[in-house]
Design a binder for this molecule. Sequence first.
Ligand SMILES: Cc1cc2nc3c(=O)[nH]c(=O)nc-3n(C[C@H](O)[C@H](O)[C@H](O)COP(=O)(O)OP(=O)(O)OC[C@H]3O[C@@H](n4cnc5c(N)ncnc54)[C@H](O)[C@@H]3O)c2cc1C
Length: 304
Amino acid sequence: MENLKKELLEAQVGKVLENEPLANHTTMKIGGPADLLIIPKDVDAVKHIMDEVKKHRADWTVIGRGSNLLVLDKGIRGVVLKLGAGLDHLVINDQEITVGGGYSVVRLATSLSKQGLSGLEFAAGIPGSIGGAVYMNAGAHGSDISRILVKARILFEDGSIEWLTNEEMKFSYRTSVLQKERPGIVLEAVFQLKQDDREKITKKMQQNKDYRKETQPYNRPCAGSIFRNPLPEYAGQLVEKANLKGYQIGGARISDMHGNFIVNAGGATAQDVLDLIQYIQTKIKEDYNVDMHTEVEIIGEASE
Ligand SMILES: Cc1cc2nc3c(=O)[nH]c(=O)nc-3n(C[C@H](O)[C@H](O)[C@H](O)COP(=O)(O)OP(=O)(O)OC[C@H]3O[C@@H](n4cnc5c(N)ncnc54)[C@H](O)[C@@H]3O)c2cc1C
């Protein structure tokens, strides 16, 4: 790890932080340290980091804005690449948008609405990066990333870079090919939008945001929906029916506003959240015989 760090520092790949608490990089404000957290300065830097990671046989993880993550208390070994500034280019060519993997989804939705470009209204309140949104096939209000993505440029573990088409991304409910089948890093994405009335788009986005504020603990430290909806059931409704809203373990609490949100009510550890997740899974299985699977990505090492 020392040699890897030295080489990456010398190569000036971006900001390199050692033993960086990931609680500083997740919306839950939870997570132990990364051995090395790197914010790459551009696409070439990402490629260089991955070449070095391969050479040193180090572990690697990519994160965006940490809005769908539960990072465990002992943190993450190896290199964590955080895509943000440096991979936040945006090119608007008529109705086709090319955008960097580190670009903020909310920022993109807002700037496209101002140009009268429709298609990303659903994402107005999704606090992730483009890379995280493509990986998750993020969605809301009956739409998702798969509806607008033309192709995504992916850096794979073997160092190759490929454009994957919408079909090759194998999108379905909150999943893509990147999750298990073909791990890689979303460097950039191309979206196809439609020209429409600016006021109509901004009104729709405002409605979506207002709905969130009314129904979700939007400004509390959380990671969005904890569970995938076990369709046709909705995770939040099952939790509410089981009378679990407001239930708390340590500093982790099931939101009083929405049954599918766990908030860090103050000083929560990842273990508190894990225990609460397991408690909910057991209770819902007992009461309704439904298996609840997490939507939030659980990564890193747990404390013993
Ligand atoms: C208040 C709140 C509301 C939310 N509402 C919604 C919602 O309505 N709909 C919805 O779908 N989600 C929602 N989320 C969850 C979250 O915002 C999305 O899943 C988002 O797409 C995650 O992006 P991120 O950049 O934060 O990814 P992270 O949380 O940083 O990472 C999530 C996963 O994506 C992977 N990843 C991140 N960047 C890349 C990349 N460049 N290349 C490859 N893989 C990458 C990571 O390895 C990880 O496995 C909400 C979250 C919060 C806190």
